[in-house]
Design a protein around this ligand. Structure first.
Ligand code: FAD
Length: 394
C-alpha cells in the first residue's frame, strides 16, 4: 500500500523559506474574501497599467509557475528531476483567438515540443485545442451537422494546426497531451484527436486525448474508443482527469435547457474516474494512461491496479501527474517509490498567465479540502523540521 504522508519526502525540494512562503500563500487562498479582493485589485492594476508583476513574481507566480520562458523553466525542471519527477511545460497564456494570436501560440507550442525533445527531463508537450481555432468554429462544428463553406474552411485550418503540432511531436518522438476544455467543443475535438491518434499512434503513444470523468458519458466513450483502436490497429492514449469546469457546465446546461453533461454527485464522478483507470489498466496492451489527479485514493488505486496486473512501476505506458505547486506529497512520494511522475509546469509572462493564476487561487479556495490538506502538510513539515533542529541543538 502506498503512503503519501511522508512530508520530509514531499517537501525535500523546499527550503525553510520556501515553506514559509507556501504556508502564507495557502493561508491567504483559504480565505474567500482575500481571493476576491486580490482578484479585484489585480484587474484594476492591469487596467490602469500599474506595475504589479514584482509582487506576483515572488509570491503566487513563483509557487505555481515555472518561469516566463522555456529557458527560465530549466532551473525548476532540473530541480524536479533531482527527485525523479519529469516536467510538462505548459504555455499558459490565454489570448484572443485572432489569426495573429493563433500563429504566436502555434510557434510557441512548436518551440515547446522541440524543447521537450532536447531535454530528457521533460516527458510530454501539451496544448489547449481551443487556442488554435478561429472565433467559435469548434462550438459551431460540434452543434451543426451541415457547415457553410467558410465554416468548413475554418475547421480545416484548425485540423491543419493540430496536425502540424502532432506531426512535429511525432517527428521529434515527443508525446503530446491535448487538454480537454468545454463540453460545447469537445465532440469535434474528440473526432480530430482520434484521427491524429490513428495517424501517429501506430507504434507508440504520441497523441493523448483527455477524458473528463465528471461527464456521465465518458465511460461509454472510452469503451467505444477502445473498440475503434482495436479494429484499426493503433494505440489509445488517454489522459484521465475529473474535469475543471463543473460549475460553468451546469450553469450553461440549465440556462440553455439541456441535460447537464456532468454527474450529479462527486461520488459518481469518483466512481467513473476509478472505473476508467481499471478499464485502462486491464486493456493496457492497447492503451497508454496518463492519470492527472490530486485525489489520493485514485493515485493509490492506480498503483494497486498496476500491482494486481503485474505491471512494473516504471512501465512507460503509465504516468501519474499533478500540477506544479500542488499535491507535492503525492508526486514526490510516488516518484520516490519508482513510479513515472510528471508535473504540469505552467509558463509565460507574468501579466499573461494572470488568468491561470486567478483560476488556481479560486480553485484552491473552492476546493476547501485541498487547501486545508496543503496547509496541514506544510505545517506538519515545518514542525518536523523544528523538532529536528531542536534535537540537533540538544
Ligand atoms: C496533470 C493535470 C492535468 C489536468 N488537465 C485537465 C484538462 O485537460 N481538462 C480539465 O478539465 N481539467 C484538467 N485538470 C484539472 C482536473 O480536471 C480537476 O479539476 C482537478 O485535478 C481536481 O480534481 P482531482 O481529481 O484532482 O481531485 P478531487 O478533489 O478528488 O476532485 C475534484 C473534482 O471532482 C469533480 N466534482 C467535485 N464535486 C462534484 C460534484 N458535486 N458532482 C460531480 N463532480 C464533482 C470536479 O471535477 C472537481 O474538479 C488537470 C489536472 C491535473 C492534475
Amino acid at each position: 500500500m502506498i503512503h503519501f504522508e511522508n512530508t520530509e519526502v514531499a517537501f525535500s525540494h523546499k527550503s525553510d523559506k520556501d515553506l514559509r512562503k507556501a504556508y502564507f500563500l495557502f493561508k491567504m487562498m483559504a480565505s474567500n474574501c482575500m481571493v476576491k479582493f486580490g482578484k479585484t485589485m489585480t484587474n484594476i492594476a492591469i487596467k490602469i497599467n500599474f506595475p504589479i508583476g514584482w509582487i506576483f513574481k515572488s509570491t503566487i507566480y513563483s509557487h505555481f509557475v515555472g518561469g516566463e520562458t522555456l529557458t527560465e523553466c530549466d532551473k525548476n525542471v532540473n530541480l524536479l528531476a533531482q527527485f525523479n519527477i519529469k516536467s510538462i511545460l505548459d504555455y499558459s497564456v490565454e489570448g484572443e483567438n485572432t489569426e495573429t494570436e493563433i500563429e504566436k501560440t502555434l510557434d510557441e507550442t512548436i518551440r515547446s515540443i522541440k524543447n521537450a525533445a532536447s531535454q530528457k527531463n521533460i516527458a510530454f508537450a501539451v496544448f489547449k485545442p481551443s487556442a488554435f481555432a478561429l472565433g467559435n468554429i469548434l462550438e459551431i462544428a460540434t452543434k451543426k451537422t451541415e457547415l457553410s463553406e467558410t465554416e468548413r474552411k475554418q475547421l480545416n485550418i484548425f485540423e491543419q494546426h493540430i496536425d502540424l503540432l502532432c506531426n512535429t511531436a511525432y517527428k521529434h518522438d515527443v508525446s503530446i497531451l491535448i487538454d480537454a476544455e468545454d463540453f460545447a467543443i469537445q465532440d469535434i475535438v474528440d473526432k480530430v484527436v482520434l484521427r491524429m491518434m490513428e495517424k501517429y499512434n501506430k507504434q507508440k503513444a504520441i497523441v493523448y486525448n483527455t477524458l473528463q470523468m465528471y461527464r456521465w458519458d465518458r465511460l461509454d466513450f472510452l469503451r467505444s474508443a477502445l473498440e475503434l483502436v482495436k479494429s484499426r490497429n493503433f494505440i489509445l492514449a488517454a489522459k484521465f482527469v475529473r474535469g475543471a469546469y463543473m460549475e460553468k457546465e451546469r450553469l450553461l446546461a440549465s440556462n440553455n435547457g439541456y441535460k447537464s453533461p456532468i454527474h450529479d454527485t462527486k461520488e459518481n464522478t469518483d466512481r467513473d474516474y476509478n472505473a476508467a483507470l481499471k478499464f485502462a489498466v486491464e486493456n493496457i496492451q492497447n492503451m497508454s494512461i496518463f492519470c492527472g489527479t490530486h485525489n489520493e485514493h485514485s493515485n493509490r488505486y492506480l498503483a494497486q491496479l498496476m500491482q494486481e496486473n503485474n505491471i512494473q512501476k516504471d512501465d512507460k505506458r503509465i504516468f501519474f501527474a499533478q500540477l506544479y505547486g500542488m499535491s507535492d506529497h503525492i508526486s514526490f512520494n510516488l516518484a520516490k517509490q519508482g513510479y513515472n511522475v510528471a508535473k504540469y509546469v505552467p509558463y509565460g509572462p507574468v501579466k499573461l498567465v494572470m488568468p491561470y493564476l486567478m483560476r488556481r487561487a479560486e480553485e484552491n479556495t473552492a476546493v476547501a479540502g485541498q487547501t486545508g490538506r496543503e496547509l496541514m502538510l506544510i505545517m506538519k513539515e515545518r514542525n518536523r523540521r523544528k523538532n529536528v533542529q531542536k534535537k540537533s541543538i540538544k
